[in-house]
Structures are given as C-alpha cells and as structure tokens.
Write a protein that binds this ligand. Structure first.
Ligand code: FAD
Length: 251
C-alpha cells in the first residue's frame, strides 16, 4: 500500500498529519497510575504524562525502559485513550511469551513506577475525526482503533465509523464491554452459540463497503503482518481504493 493518501477532490482533509519533530524526539517521564485487566493476555496501563503534547487517535509513541545496569529496551505502542486534557494517556499491551517489555509491564510494573516515553509519532495512521472511517483490527491491533472510537463518542461525532475486529474468542476480545453497534466482532477459535467461527472474510467486509458514505471510506487496518495483508486484500477485492487504505503493522 502507498504511504501517502491524496484526499478526494473537495474534501479538505490532509493525508498526513504533521508531527512536530521536536516533540516527537523529546523523552519525558511517565508515571504508571493504574493497571486494568482487559483479557487474560492483555491489560491497560494508565500513565500520567504531565507534559504530553496531545495526540490524534491512531497515533503511537516510543517507550523506553532502562534497567539498573543501564540496559535499555525501546518499543512502539499505540495510544489507546482518546485525546483529552487529563494529563494521562493509556496503553494496552498484549503479553507476548518471553517478551522483554510486555513481560515487564505484565509481571513487574506497579502503580508509581516510572518509564520514559516520546511522541506522539506517525501522522499517517492518525484519524482527526473528520472523515468516514472503516476500521479493521485483529488482536491488540484494536488498540489505536479504540482510540478512534472513544474520540468519536467523546466528541459526539456523527461522521460514519465502523469497525470489524478479529479475536480468538470472546474472552480474548479486548475492550469487549465497551464495543457498541459500530463494531462487528469476528472470532477465529471459539464463539458464542450461533456465531460462526473463522477468519474475517469478504462476507464481513462487503456489507460495510456497500454502505459507501459520501466521499467514501478511509480504511484503517491494524494487526500483525499476516492480518494486515489479509484485511487489505479483502478491502481491495470489495472495491476499496488501495490508496485509501492505511496500515499499521505490529510486526
Ligand atoms: C507502531 C506499533 C504499535 C504497536 N502497538 C502495540 C500495542 O498497542 N499493544 C501491543 O501489545 N503491542 C504493540 N506493538 C508491538 C510492540 O511494539 C512490541 O513488539 C511487543 O510488545 C513485543 O515486545 P516485547 O519486548 O514484549 O517482546 P520481545 O522481547 O521483543 O519479543 C519476544 C519474543 O516474542 C516475539 N514477538 C515479538 N512481538 C510479538 C507479537 N506482537 N506477537 C507474537 N510474538 C511476538 C519475538 O519474535 C520474540 O521471539 C506495536 C508495534 C508497533 C510497530
């Protein structure tokens, strides 16, 4: 997929949101204030970041852990919370087996601990809330998409927003209690009685594309490389212009 998106004629939305380079480069201290379990494998970590410059839904940050012996680990994490002026942001981390950083957060981190962050980063995957958005996520790929949904609700936006989210089972669906009529979950391993089990297919995507809001959809796809490939193929096959598919890969 292309890295830039040209807005449709007559629709004044920039394709790429400018990210202030100085803000993006400056490390700042964040204090962990709360840990909330989301699923058996995922938890949300609320951080107080007093000098946070603000973000747009969809953006991520760089996080740095430094061990007492000076060893440093850095990873990217999407911002789960909607932009607000609380001086806090939230991240949701999947626990990766033997994962250095996610393992520390899940097994060691406690409220009061400090870490470092810099950001927000990436103007490309940002959604300012001004264009119809079709969101496709899998696993923790739902995290930046949830920031978009929370923003849509918090601001009372009326621009169309739909989400297809894939999870292994209802127990592993992150933010399950918060998802509403905008979301269709797809379960790949086990599902409630009467709900089919399987991958996301054309049958999930086609009805959403058929809705075609004015100016069409901007699609945001987030998940593993394999999911990103699969979901973007489904979108293109259903008629979504490739240049209007934005992809964030978690690797
Ligand atoms: C832009 C961006 C945003 C991201 N946002 C999020 C987010 O919101 N939430 C989130 O949980 N993660 C997110 N990630 C992934 C995150 O950056 C880390 O890669 C992840 O937390 C693993 O780091 P770790 O230090 O725990 O594991 P590592 O110590 O780096 O890896 C340990 C082992 O696990 C394997 N591994 C690494 N990552 C994964 C994975 N995702 N699934 C399965 N195996 C893996 C490695 O190959 C290695 O064998 C994001 C990545 C990017 C690039």
């Amino acid at each position: 997929m292309t890295e830039t998106t040209t807005p449709p004629t007559g629709f004044a939305v920039p394709g790429r949101i400018a990210v202030d380079a100085q803000t993006a480069a400056a490390w700042q201290t964040a204090t962990l204030t709360e840990i909330r379990r989301e699923t058996p494998r995922a938890a949300t970590f609320r951080l107080a970041v007093p000098r946070w410059a603000g973000h747009l839904p969809g953006q991520h940050l760089m996080l740095r852990l430094t061990a007492p012996d000076g060893y440093v680990a850095q990873r990217h994490y999407s911002i789960a919370s909607a932009p607000d002026d609380s001086g806090h942001i939230e991240l949701t981390l999947d626990r990766v087996p033997d994962g250095e950083v996610s393992g520390w957060f899940h097994a060691v981190a406690r409220p009061g601990d400090t870490i470092e962050v810099r950001g927000p980063l990436s103007g490309f995957f940002a959604w300012p809330g001004d264009r119809p958005a079709l969101l496709l996520g899998a696993g923790s790929g739902v995290v930046p998409l949830m920031s978009m949904i929370r923003h849509h609700r918090a601001r009372g936006l009326t621009v169309p927003l739909r989400m297809l989210v894939s999870a292994r089972s209802p127990e592993e669906l992150i933010y399950a209690a918060e998802l509403g009529a905008e979301t269709t979950p797809v379960f790949t391993r086990s599902a409630p009685l009467g709900v089919p089990v399987g991958r996301m297919t054309a049958a999930h995507v086609a009805p959403l594309l058929a809705e075609q809001p004015a100016h069409g959809w901007e699609a945001y796809v987030c998940g593993t490389n394999a999911f990103a490939e699969h979901a973007s193929r489904l979108l293109v096959a259903a008629g979504q212009p490739p240049e209007r598919i934005r992809i964030e890969r978690f690797g």
